[in-house]
Design a binder for this molecule. Structure first.
Ligand code: SF4
Ligand code: SF4
Length: 367
């Protein structure tokens, strides 16, 4: 599975499932918003997680399961076990790692066994990671993974399109792999690793309040087993999760139940189709609080908005609206999604054979 296909599924409601396997991480990056380190141990209970993934059916499963952390490869055997279970139902499995193991350019056997159980492997690279694991070691380790036949991508987190680190890192990946390794470039935001794929604060195009939230499409299993509706780190970590963003818990619920709740929720349908600020604009009796996700969380205290969403999106029309919005975003392609939600001038790098010079921001950005 290549990165473009994975990103292309991002707006599809329940097309994917994110699983935060552990908050632990051997690295100590300054920008880490999951608060990960070796001194934290929070992780979903393994038996419950196996039961939840085991509830996938061949006709009712996410297309892709994305394993994240913390550092998921601190648990190589559970990674391989979960991947086998998900793949038995027909899902594909991807994982993103901070590459703690790559010092010296080697991939230890235990970790390579876990990686070869996957359909896609993503390496997270940024200036903080490189202080702990040199870039050339990461690239050598990625070469070893590619040689095992596993599709690879690089996820770069930068301060913005003019970050000198970005040009340098892109040039290095191109030099080593040509167009064979696609790249996803995100800008540093107050979000966690679960949000590495796309950011959660999309601007409204052309000043419009309507801005679909693609991140409300994939449920997320949080570190404590709670299933949240999106990967915004505030949502994943906040307790209690606002009711409209809580889909259940792996101790009590299976995948079909979580999927039904996500697809059937009028407010999630509206968030995916038009975003939170449009919802406020349409139904609220007072102005929306600042911020895209801030205004979404505030919906918990706006019963008139939730009631409006239920009226408008509770039936077949809401179902249709949800589907049409996802179809449109999917048809626009993965690069269009990253232009909207990631680092726009580098969005084209998400396609493995489309490694070109960055296009000017004016051409590549909706902002
Ligand atoms: S940013 Fe990633 S690699 Fe760095 S400490 Fe956090 S989880 Fe670990
Ligand atoms: S707008 Fe709401 S659903 Fe979307 S990412 Fe933000 S908090 Fe999550």
């Amino acid at each position: 599975m290549e990165l473009a296909e994975l990103i292309g599924l991002r707006p599809v409601p329940c097309g994917g499932l994110l699983v935060a396997l552990t908050r632990r991480c051997p690295m100590s990056c300054a920008h880490c918003s999951t608060g990960s380190s070796l001194s934290v141990s929070e992780q979903p209970e393994p038996e419950r997680l196996l039961r939840f993934i085991g509830s996938f059916g061949t006709e009712n499963r996410p297309e892709v399961v994305m394993l994240t952390g913390g550092e998921p490869l601190l648990l190589p055997e559970p990674v391989a076990g979960l991947a086998a279970l998900a793949r038995a139902a027909g899902s594909r499995v991807a994982l993103i790692s901070g590459m703690f193991f790559a010092r010296g350019g080697r991939v230890p056997d235990r970790i390579m066994r876990a990686i070869t159980a996957l359909d896609h492997f993503s390496a997270s690279m940024d200036v903080h990671h490189e202080r702990e694991v040199p870039r050339e070691d990461v690239l050598r380790a990625l070469r070893a993974v590619l040689d095992e036949g596993i599709p690879v991508s690089v996820h770069l987190t930068v301060s913005g399109p003019d970050d000198p680190y970005l040009m340098d890192a892109v040039a290095d990946v191109r030099r080593v792999f040509g167009g064979r390794v696609p790249m996803l470039v995100n800008e540093v935001r107050p979000l966690g690793r679960a949000a590495h794929h796309v950011r959660a604060t999309p601007p409204g195009p052309d000043g419009s309040l309507a801005s679909p939230c693609a991140l409300a499409a994939w449920p997320v299993v949080a570190f404590d087993g709670t299933v949240a509706a999106c990967c915004n780190q505030w949502t994943v970590d906040r307790r209690p999760v606002p009711p409209h963003l809580r889909l259940g818990h792996i101790a009590d619920d299976d995948w079909p139940t979580v999927r039904e709740r996500s697809l059937g929720s009028p407010v999630l349908r509206m968030l995916r189709a038009v975003g939170p600020r449009r919802l406020h604009g349409r139904y609220a009796s007072s102005p929306a609080p600042a911020g895209y996700c801030g205004s979404c969380h505030a919906l918990a205290d706006r019963p008139e908005v939730l009631a409006g969403a239920a009226r408008e999106a509770g039936g077949r029309v809401g179902e249709l609206l949800d589907r049409i919005s996802a179809d449109e975003q999917r048809a626009a392609g993965p690069a269009a999604l990253v232009r909207r939600l990631g680092c726009a001038p580098y969005a084209h790098l998400v396609e493995s054979d489309a490694v070109h010079e960055p296009v000017p921001a004016e051409e590549g950005s909706h902002r």
